[in-house]
Design a protein around this ligand. Structure first.
Ligand code: SAM
Ligand code: DTB
Ligand code: SF4
Length: 336
């Protein structure tokens, strides 16, 4: 193995080459896991996992044609379009999430982009959720620069906007916005000094090279996203991607491990897809360096494991989620 690959995972790098990342994927599984766990321990408490709860504040009827998404108006899924949720309902749900033990509350809208006419309603949601003592995250589609600044003023902690896949595979997944559109939104978020949450989806029929390409695009941005969600495609009836061949679960774990090696100080989030994962597979993801996940019975429109089950899993694995601790302490679970 070339020396620059052997040592690469110790550094914060933004010059990853595709071949170097493919070489990490091609390592024997145990070697990859050992290296990922070693880097994980150098940067984080290995037994702490940060938990976020999701709420869909504007469901369905989305103008984009993302092939994986049940909320796109282009597909015939069972999800029905609903208007933006009123503030009191959002705050009720955030208070419940806090009582269950989440440290961050993530609000998602099925929008192509944020419209100025909705901006102040979102600002009120961010302020209200922060006042409950939770960290805030929103995912609202594309943003303009002035909107990112306004969200920062409101105290927003994280903005989620995924690159989803490699630049090469992207065109087979989405046709209504470009990869560059996504990078532009992420640069407005970063420039506004909001923490960036950006990752992707695997299991969409992409190749290992595409999974490596996604991680190269994420790690070679001017700074590593503070949070990197790795989603396993949730196959939803009515979407073009329903019926895709299942990804080898070990290739999912490899993606977590390679993300951990390439972005050693970022939180790597074991995101969508846990509902169909065994406890053992999830344990392997934590061993590979995942240290954040979505907690609560629902993601946006699809199911997530119930909180009792997750709590038992944490107990069995000796994982500390800092449930019940003040948000300021919980925040540290995912900081180096
Ligand atoms: N509409 C906004 C956008 O796409 O930017 C925000 C909400 S969108 C649902 C947030 C992310 O959820 C997507 O970027 C995608 O990565 C993920 N996602 C959506 N449907 C999924 C599915 N069926 N399986 C896994 N991840 C999914
Ligand atoms: C992310 O990367 N995954 C979350 C969150 N960011 C917004 C969303 C997963 C959605 C899964 C499909 C659904 O429930 O609609
Ligand atoms: Fe719309 Fe987001 Fe779903 Fe794409 S992923 S269809 S932008 S809600």
């Amino acid at each position: 193995m070339p020396e620059n690959i052997a040592n690469a995972d110790q550094l914060i790098r933004h010059n990853w080459k595709l071949e170097q990342v493919e070489a990490l994927y091609d390592l024997p599984f145990s070697d990859l896991m050992f290296r990922a766990q070693t880097v994980h321990r150098e940067n984080f408490d290995p037994n702490a996992v940060q938990v976020s709860t999701l709420l869909s504040i504007k469901t369905g009827g989305c103008a984009e044609d993302c092939g994986y998404c049940p909320q796109s108006a282009h597909h015939e899924s069972a999800v029905k379009a609903e208007p933006l949720m009123p503030l009191d309902k959002v705050l009720e749900s955030a208070a419940e999430a806090k009582a269950t033990g989440a440290s961050r509350f993530c609000m998602g809208a099925a929008w192509r982009n944020l419209k100025d006419r909705d901006l102040e309603r979102i600002v009120d949601m961010v302020t209200g959720v922060k006042d409950l003592g939770l960290e805030t995250c929103v995912t609202l589609g594309m943003l303009e620069q002035h909107q990112a600044k306004r969200l920062k003023e409101a105290g927003l902690d994280y903005y989620n906007h995924n690159l989803d896949t490699s630049p090469e595979f992207y065109g087979t997944v989405i046709s209504t916005r470009t990869y560059q559109d996504r990078l532009d939104t992420l640069s407005y978020v970063r420039d506004a000094d909001i923490n960036v949450c950006s990752g992707g989806i695997v299991g969409m029929g992409e190749s290992q090279k595409d999974r490596a390409g996604l991680l190269v695009s994420l790690a070679n941005m001017p700074s590593h996203p503070e949070s990197v969600p790795i989603n396993l495609l949730v196959q939803v009836e009515g979407t073009p991607m329903a019926g895709t061949d299942n990804l080898d679960p070990l290739d999912f774990v490899r993606t977590i491990a390679v993300a951990r090696l390439m972005m050693p100080k970022s939180c790597v989030r074991l995101s969508a897809g846990r509902e169909h994962m065994s406890d053992e597979l999830q344990a392997m993801c934590f061993l590979a360096g995942a240290n954040s996940m979505f907690y609560g019975d629902k993601l946006l429109t699809t199911d997530n494991p119930d909180t009792d089950h997750d709590q038992k899993l944490f107990d069995r694995l000796g994982i500390n989620t800092l449930i019940g601790e003040p948000a300021a302490v919980a925040k540290e679970a995912c900081r180096h």
